[in-house]
Design a protein around this ligand. Structure first.
Ligand code: ADP
Ligand code: MG
Length: 345
């Protein structure tokens, strides 16, 4: 069956905005007016407001040869929610801005928005606006998320103190391995018509790359336990890089233990296949969107009750720097080797 392909010019910019945004209900009290006027209107009472923006450029941040548009929409929204959770807040609204090149149809954009809608449904966030324009090369998506946190609850990067415990949620390195796998299959498929990619036994890696989740559950469980992290951020560029950010912002050092870094079995298998050092991949692979945070020592018992949270080390005085303690007790200075989209090939 031929897929329907409606050129965007046939319905125009306003027609497109209408098609894309009509099925987005407003469900947060703070959303007074969504799409349809010159501005969205929000009312935030007795709370601090969090704002975060991400810009995603085709060919730099995503590759549509293996990323389905629905997944792209989902991920673009979720990674912004992750930034709000990483401040110990809750996302309430997003705006989505698009620059679209000629090769995209109305149906393509509807696919993208079906992913955004799914993310909004699952995380309880309202789409309240955006902007739409054309592009000469590829697709560009900018998402802004707005959220809130009660005054005094916001977790900055700058609050970690000597002896605090360092915690991470979930496991690390899987999204990076998923990307390696997708890239490998892309190369293998070049020029082949009926290519079937080999993902069997590696589904988790693909899911972590294509459909990441933000750790709302951890934020809710921290609140339940009455814990406000002394510092927190989400792991988008790799654990090493994020640890150094916290150490710099908090003027401290850290010790993390190699044998405590949570790694999934599939990540380990893939690292072996690719002849990569597993711990290096887990420390430096990007896009896990797990939470990295610090808590005072006395919170240890409460932290142990939270599913999926691991204590991986502790904060130290700044003078001894940031280091990884290997299984055999050696100290290796932590360096940021996080992938950097701005680095030319
Ligand atoms: P303006 O001329 O003020 O930029 P637009 O005609 O671009 O307004 O947008 C009309 C309405 O549609 C506004 O409420 C705007 O926020 C919303 N909007 C525009 N593009 C998008 C988009 N890609 N996604 C969601 N909302 C959008
Ligand atoms: Mg506009």
């Amino acid at each position: 069956m031929e897929e329907k392909a409606t050129e965007i010019s046939t319905i125009g910019e306003f027609g497109l905005i209408d098609r894309l945004t009509r099925d987005f209900p407003l469900r947060n009290k703070s959303s007074l007016k969504g799409v349809g006027d010159d501005c969205a209107v929000m009312e935030y009472k007795d709370t601090e407001v969090l704002v975060s923006t991400d810009l995603l450029v085709e060919g730099i941040h995503f590759d549509l040869t293996y990323v389905p548009l629905k997944h792209l929409g989902y991920k673009a929204a979720v990674v912004n929610f992750s930034d709000i959770y990483a401040m110990n807040g809750h996302p309430r609204q997003i705006t989505v801005s698009l620059a679209i090149s000629k090769r995209f149809t109305v149906e393509h954009m509807e696919e993208l928005y079906s992913g955004i809608r799914l993310a909004c449904d699952i995380y309880g966030v309202d789409l309240v606006g955006g902007d739409t324009t054309s592009s000469r090369s590829g697709l560009i998506i900018s998402v802004t998320a707005i959220g809130d946190a009660p005054a005094g609850n916001i977790a900055y990067r700058s609050g970690a103190k000597d002896t605090d415990l360092i915690c991470v949620s979930g496991d690390l390195g899987a999204a990076y391995m998923g990307l390696q796998l997708l890239e490998r299959e892309k190369v293998a498929s070049a020029g082949q018509k009926d290519f079937v990619p080999q993902f069997s036994g590696k589904e988790y890696l693909i899911e972590r790359q294509l459909k990441p989740e933000a750790r709302r559950d951890v934020i809710e469980n921290l609140a339940k336990e009455g814990i406000v992290p002394t510092s927190m951020m989400d792991i988008s560029d790799g654990l090493s890089s994020e640890l150094l950010h916290i150490c710099k912002a908090s003027d401290c050092g850290c010790r993390v233990y190699e044998d405590r870094i949570p790694i999934d079995y599939q990540t380990a298998v893939m690292a072996e296949e690719l002849n990569m050092n597993l711990v290096t991949a887990a420390m430096n692979g990007g896009e896990d969107y797990e939470l990295l945070f610090t808590v005072p020592l006395h919170a240890h018992e409460a932290i142990r009750k939270i599913p999926g949270v691991h204590v991986i080390g502790h904060i130290t005085k700044p003078s001894i720097g940031a280091a990884l303690i290997t299984r055999d007790g050696a100290e290796i200075p932590i360096r940021a080797q996080g992938w950097n989209h701005m680095t030319p090939d």
